[in-house]
Design a protein around this ligand. Structure first.
Ligand code: NAP
Length: 293
């Protein structure tokens, strides 16, 4: 059984990003710049934003942190994005989700200039992704594919089961796997799938992005299959010094005994998501100068 170490690969990707960011600095006299917008004080969102800031510092990407209280209005946020869109020093714009309920998320995402949309969430980037055109692709699916490539797990003619159909993981990942450079046969399950078990059991690669610990156990998985666990849930745990631990969707203990490869949680998909955000930001900076890496 191979443990798919996202932390290790993410560090390789970030080293390459650092070399590219330094090349950008020497050519254009400034570092690539990522603007991060955070509305409100959701602790998970804050911790994700701090993780992204740390990665920027490591790679040599400037970051502009734009933090506002949850009372920020939708017109106020749209105006802020308009300003970032036209600011020539800004290469990437990331709006940390979720937004407070009074702000329409899709309206906000749609306002981001596609060339600065380093999350790959705008309709233009999603549309190009579906069509197989060059685009800034969402970081989590991109990180998953990078990890499969790194560990030599081909998707060619493989049966792949994705559990979860969110706009940030399941949907874009299914589109990427269907392209002619991946050639997977893709099944996407969701909360109204009558029974996920037979779909999982037939699959060579299972990618779960639900956020429910234990939804995948050993009895469901085909022996030798690769299991990519995107889910990450904080579970209260009085036996742990912190009082909690992080759990993936797959029951790691049992699944790791039958599968051929599995991502740990934490330390699997999560670090890859941040590494691909760094990569997209450097790509966006070069593309805005007319250079495709
Ligand atoms: P989401 O938007 O809440 O989507 C969850 C998906 O799971 C939905 O499509 C839902 O179906 C489906 N689902 C719920 N219960 C199910 C069940 N019993 N059987 C089958 N499908 C079920 O979540 P998300 O944003 O994609 O994130 C999913 C998980 O991945 C979370 O734990 C999140 O924290 C984690 N995540 C991690 C990273 C990373 O970098 N490590 C990145 C993104 C997300 P419906 O569509 O029918 O509701």
């Amino acid at each position: 059984m191979i443990s798919l170490e996202g932390t290790e690969l993410a560090s390789i990707v970030k080293k390459q990003c650092a070399a590219d960011a330094s090349d950008f600095l020497s050519r254009f006299g400034r570092k690539p710049l990522l603007a991060v917008v955070l509305i409100g004080s959701n602790p998970s969102s804050r911790s994700y934003v701090f993780g992204k800031r740390k990665a920027c510092d490591l790679v040599g990407i400037d970051h502009r942190d734009l933090f506002f209280p949850s009372e920020m209005t939708e017109p106020g946020l749209l105006e802020l994005i308009d300003g970032l869109n036209t600011d020539d020093d800004v290469d990437g714009i990331l709006v940390q989700l979720p937004l407070p309920k009074h702000i329409n998320e899709s309206k906000v995402i749609n306002r981001i200039l596609p060339s600065k949309d380093v999350d790959g969430f705008t309709p233009i980037n999603m549309g190009n992704l579906l069509l197989g055109n060059p685009c800034l692709a969402p970081c989590t699916p991109k990180g998953i594919l990078k990890m499969l490539d790194y560990y030599g797990i081909s998707t060619d003619s493989k049966d792949v089961c994705i559990i979860g159909r969110s706009n940030i993981v399941g949907k874009p990942l299914s589109a990427m796997l269907l392209q002619k450079d991946r050639n997977a046969t893709v099944t996407v399950c969701h909360s109204l799938t009558s029974n996920i078990r037979p779909h999982v059991a037939e699959s060579d690669i299972v990618i779960t992005a639900v956020g429910k610990p234990g939804i995948i156990d050993a009895s469901m998985v085909k022996p030798g299959a690769a299991v990519i666990d995107v889910g990450i849930t904080r579970v209260e745990d009085p036996s742990s010094p912190k009082g909690y631990h992080w759990a993936g969707d797959a029951d790691y203990e049992s699944v790791s005994r039958v599968c051929g490869a599995i991502t740990p949680v934490p330390g699997g998909v999560g670090p890859m998501t941040i590494a691909m955000l760094m990569s997209n930001t450097v790509d966006a900076a070069f593309m805005r100068k007319g250079i495709k890496r």
